[in-house]
Design a protein around this ligand. Sequence first.
Ligand SMILES: Nc1ncnc2c1ncn2[C@@H]1O[C@H](COP(=O)(O)OP(=O)(O)OP(=O)(O)O)[C@@H](O)[C@H]1O
Length: 84
Amino acid sequence: MVFANTIGKYQLGRTIGEGTFARVKLALDSTNGKYVAIKILDKHMVVETNLTNQVQREIRTMKLLNHPNIVRIHEVLGTKTKST
Ligand SMILES: Nc1ncnc2c1ncn2[C@@H]1O[C@H](COP(=O)(O)OP(=O)(O)OP(=O)(O)O)[C@@H](O)[C@H]1O
């Protein structure tokens, strides 16, 4: 796999999904060799549409959930640069 970009310890791979405000990419955690899905939000779009509170609530809720059939949040990162 070709990694064009990195965010923190994650090496970004191909795009595996897209939502209204986010792109989801396959990524490799360089510290343990495990693959994760990394959801990259379009911060400007979230702010412009006044959805900051809703996104923060979604993150808080996801952090509370712990079930084998529900995706788990490992980490939330903020960056200044835009990823492709
Ligand atoms: N953890 C994941 N593993 C694999 N694919 C994922 C994961 N999370 C999201 N995706 C893929 O990325 C797509 C976009 O996800 P996202 O959470 O941004 O949007 P959504 O909730 O499906 O839609 P919207 O935000 O528009 O309501 C999903 O439809 C899915 O195909």
